[in-house]
Design a protein around this ligand. Structure first.
Ligand code: 0A1
Ligand code: ZN
Length: 897
């Protein structure tokens, strides 16, 4: 906890470190109460003149310091709460520091901490400094040798990075393991785990012929839930070999599941530590969505082994170098896995389904972030607390920026760029510029006269650009010209700049198709060929393109497959949107058209949003009917196309934002569609039930799509006519053979008014899964988001014996779900006061988690006045608290600035 204002760190202040740490030997006497660390560093100065050696360290107890074997006295160094400074004269020397830390007291889950009965570390971004004093920055890379000593009974397994060199029994029931990592690494990739685990393993031979051991460790008793994770790991190894030509460079790759973990998972070299939610799955306890998420997170962490570990970041401003690139890689991995496991008809839309899911995630979290007080470029210019910059912008928008480079270069060119990047930088800590330089080398070679200088601006510009589209059709010449104009409003701190910030144009790859007024694709000239989809290079504020042989005024299909992270403005007529939703050959744009039609309808229901372009309900019903009856579309695709835009996405578009009105309008439309299309929902429900009953559960995309559509149909039926269909939901719940069916029905049930049915179902769910923490998280989350839940309900759930704030998954399940995803329950004075109270309570335990909750109402200034004033009061209450962490204070100060 700090009460002073935290200093701001600027990207342009970067200075290389004045020393090299050639080797690092760490020796741990592990104990959950007090752990002793002896760190021996082989250090060499890089420059010619003596400079102070500054090491980072926090919450540590210093025992001794020796230089070349001689103890230092207190006069030889300077120690404060965050640094240890030495004044070495010689150019190279051995430094030995002995210190203690207290894992049991560490509720922040950064550094060395206790989870269950085991010990874990989390070092990214700046956790290593809670273990021992060290240059805790990613550009200081060192070769690590680690000795772990602990009680042999309590901690029979002692794991760290690299290869196991020896294991020895010691006196007093203790034992020791020595690990050596052959790859130099920054300290944020260090890890140790000590405990008693079950392990599932397999041996593989890599494409290079190397024998490697893949292992998944979990708590005793969970072994039956690790088969999927190990399969995903093996598939990740194969995919990176095949698609990127990147082999596993280790003899042993371990994943360990931890119950208490701040994020999803961590890519420590050879020893990934995972939130158990992204490891454990079996059909009875995990949904299809969890299976998918596990595949994607295991892929993500594995792919970091090259994009993050072999080539790492020079400083934390470059975080997107590894995160954006690795998210892009995990998205492609999931899309390839989906497409590979489906019959051809399904495979066509499989990639679109993944794209839709990724774009929905981007619009839900990143677009609002990019419009609010925390807006920052994917490569931020400054920060107070780096933990606050593991954001949707750095990750998801970062991935979009990589995807655009893939679009500009094509698969082959992009892979050539990746090879150039690794050839130049393997084993180094580099910058985003180094990455684009590698891509630009290939781009220039393939596009004489062009370069990526305009494209680079994506790295330094915040805000979601808007691309305005206008069309001019010349009937006499049968030609059509399209004009694209881009602009990007000032966001966050930029709004207060005087003179106003200049935002130069970006290089936007804009994928476009044209449909005839009857809905047939119009061939577009591309050099000597024709194509359905053309990618236009928009690099200036305004540019026009003319197309020939366009007899009637076309309906444009814009930003196909979401070719850039921008907002498109085009004044479609409603019947044009309906036409696109029916006929567009690009499955993403087709989905988008339906969603836009529904968005227009819903926004028009919110009083302040009176618009003149709202469609009639009949057109919406007709469009949904057309989509729902189109048997060329896969179930997975339909499950996305037939769901209405989420409350959060609608809120983002609603001016001023009126959460209660949005919830009411969306529910009303769901009921209308439930009734109007009753026959279709029923027939889908019936047919899918029959199909699914024919085979046993498998977490494959085909079945997952069918279950998703069946749950979607159920939800429409029950929402439309609860009296008639609630029993069907109860029947599904009672007869469920897997968690996807069970959750699908239960989440529909808890949104109804029937208190008795709800209570009965929730009680049966609880008693069935009482001993499974991940499922009990779902139980809390369901209630947190239920329609009837208010602050009192949540307070009473907080008194449940299974609730604890100290476990991030549990806090996320109840508090975050309520504050972020129960708009009806939270958007009231009592809701905001509750939120402020919980941010403060969490901050005393775990500032990283508290700071994430603190962002729930980032965009409060966009709200209608009554909401806005109440949120401001709550924000000020947090701000006035005397001991805020650096994490929370940065968020709250920015929100109120
Ligand atoms: N590099 C990890 C994310 C991560 C970041 C911080 C953590 O602790 C606070 C943990 C994990 C990833 O991208 O998966
Ligand atoms: Zn990552």
């Amino acid at each position: 906890m700090r009460t002073d204002t935290a200093p701001t760190i600027y990207r342009h202040d970067y200075q290389p470190y004045a020393y090299r740490v050639k080797s690092t030997r760490l020796c741990f006497e592990l104990d959950e109460n007090v752990t002793t660390v002896v760190s021996t560093l082989d250090i060499e100065r890089t420059g010619t003149t003596p400079v102070p050696l500054i090491l980072n360290g926090e919450h540590l107890e210093l025992i001794s310091i020796e230089v070349n074997g001689s103890p230092l006295s207190e006069n030889d160094y300077r120690l404060d709460t965050e640094t240890l400074t030495l004044f070495p004269e010689s150019t190279s020397f051995s430094l030995q520091i002995t210190n203690r830390c207290k894992p049991i007291d560490n509720s922040s889950l950064m550094g060395l901490y206790v989870s269950g009965k085991s010990l874990f570390t989390q070092c990214e971004a700046e956790g290593f400094r809670r273990i021992t004093w060290f240059p805790d920055r990613p550009d200081v890379m060192s070769r690590f040798t680690v000795t772990l000593r602990a009680d042999a009974k309590r901690y029979p397994l002692l794991l760290s990075n690299g290869n196991l060199i020896s294991q020895t029994d010691l006196a007093n029931g203790r034992h020791e393991a020595v690990w050596e990592d052959p790859h130099p690494k920054p300290c944020y990739l260090f890890a140790l785990v000590a405990g008693d685990f079950d392990c599932r393993e397999t041996r593989i031979k890599t494409a290079e012929g190397r024998e490697a051991l893949l292992q998944v460790y979990c708590d005793k008793g969970d072994l039956g839930k690790t088969a999927w994770a190990l399969q995903c790991l093996e598939r990740s190894v194969r995919w990176d070999e095949q698609r990127f030509g990147l082999p596993l460079d280790l003899d042993r790759f371990m994943i360990v599941a931890a119950r208490d973990f701040n994020m999803g998972a961590m890519e420590n070299k050879g020893l990934n530590v995972f939130n158990s939610a992204y490891v454990l799955a079996d059909p009875d306890t995990a949904t299809d969505a969890s299976y998918e998420a596990i595949e994607s997170v295991i892929g993500h962490e594995y792919f970091h082994n090259w994009t993050g570990n072999r080539v790492t970041c020079r400083d934390w401003f470059q975080l997107s170098l590894k995160e954006g690139l690795t998210v892009f890689r995990d998205q492609e991995f999931s899309a390839d896995m989906m497409a590979a496991s489906l019959p051809e008809k399904e495979a066509v839309s499989a990639r679109a389904v993944k794209r839709i899911d990724d774009v929905v995630a981007l619009r839900t979290a990143q677009f609002p972030e990019d419009a609010g007080p925390m807006a920052h470029p994917i490569r931020p210019e400054s920060y107070q607390e780096i933990g606050n910059f593991y954001t949707a912008t750095v990750y998801e928008k970062g991935a979009e920026v990589i995807r655009m480079q893939h679009t500009l270069l094509g698969e082959e060119g992009f892979q050539a760029g990746m090879q150039t990047y690794f050839r130049r930088h393997d084993g180094q800590a580099v910058t985003c510029d180094d990455f684009v330089d590698a891509m630009d080398t290939v781009y220039r070679a393939r596009n004489p006269g062009k370069d990526m200088s305009v494209f680079r601006r994506w790295y330094s510009q915040a805000g979601t650009p808007r691309v305005n589209v206008s069309i001019n059709h010349d009937a006499a010449n049968q030609s059509c010209s399209i004009t694209l104009s881009q602009r990007c409003e000032p966001v966050g701190v930029e709004k207060r700049r005087n003179p106003p910030v200049e935002k130069p144009p970006l290089h936007i790859p804009f994928a476009l198709g044209l449909l005839s007024p009857e809905g047939t694709p119009i061939p577009l000239q591309n050099g000597s060929d024709t194509t359905d989809t053309l990618v236009l290079d928009l690099t200036e504020h305004t540019q026009s393109w003319t197309f020939k042989n366009v007899p009637g005024r076309p309906v444009p299909s814009l930003l196909r497959h979401f070719s850039a992270p921008v907002i498109v403005e085009y004044d479609y007529r409603n019947d044009e949107l309906a036409l696109l939703a029916r006929f567009d050959t690009d499955p993403f744009a087709r989905w988008e058209a339906g969603q836009e039609l529904a968005t227009r309808y819903l926004l028009a229901q919110v009083s302040e949003n009176i618009t003149n372009n709202a469609p009639e309900l009949a057109l919406l019903v007709e469009t949904w009917q057309t989509l729902a009856s189109d048997d060329t579309l896969s179930a997975a695709y339909l499950a996305r196309a037939l769901v209405l835009p989420s409350e959060r996405i609608l809120l983002e578009k609603c001016k001023p934002a009126d959460p209660q009105a949005i919830v009411a309008a969306r529910n009303a439309l769901r009921a209308e569609l439930g009734i109007a299309l009753q026959d279709i929902w029923q027939s889908h429900y019936q047919n899918l039930s029959e199909t699914l009953n024919k085979s046993s559960y498998a977490p494959n995309p085909l079945q997952a799509g069918q279950r998703a559509l069946r749950n979607c149909a159920l939800s429409y039926l029950v929402t439309g006519q609860p009296q008639k269909y609630l029993d069907l939901a109860v029947k599904q719940y009672e007869g469920a053979t897997n968690m996807t069916e069970r959750m699908g029905s239960l989440s529909t049930i808890v949104h109804q008014d029937s208190v008795q049915t709800i209570q009965k179902a929730l009680a049966s769910f609880y008693s069935r899964y009482e001993n499974n923490p991940l499922v009990i998280d779902r139980w809390f989350a369901l209630q947190a988001t239920a329609a009837s839940t208010d602050v009192d309900t949540v307070r009473s759930l907080m008194t449940h014996p299974a609730f604890t704030m100290r476990n991030p998954n549990r806090a996320r399940a109840l508090l975050f779900q309520f504050c972020l995803n129960n708009l009806k329950g939270v958007h009231s004075q009592a809701g905001y006061a509750f939120w402020a109270e919980q941010v403060l309570a969490l901050d005393a335990i775990n500032p990283e988690i508290a700071a994430r909750l603190a962002r729930a109402f980032d965009n409060w200034r966009r709200f209608a006045p009554a909401y806005r004033d109440a949120i401001e009061t709550a924000l000020k209450k947090i701000q006035a608290h005397p001991t805020l962490s650096r994490n929370v204070s940065e968020i709250i100060n920015k929100a109120l600035e």
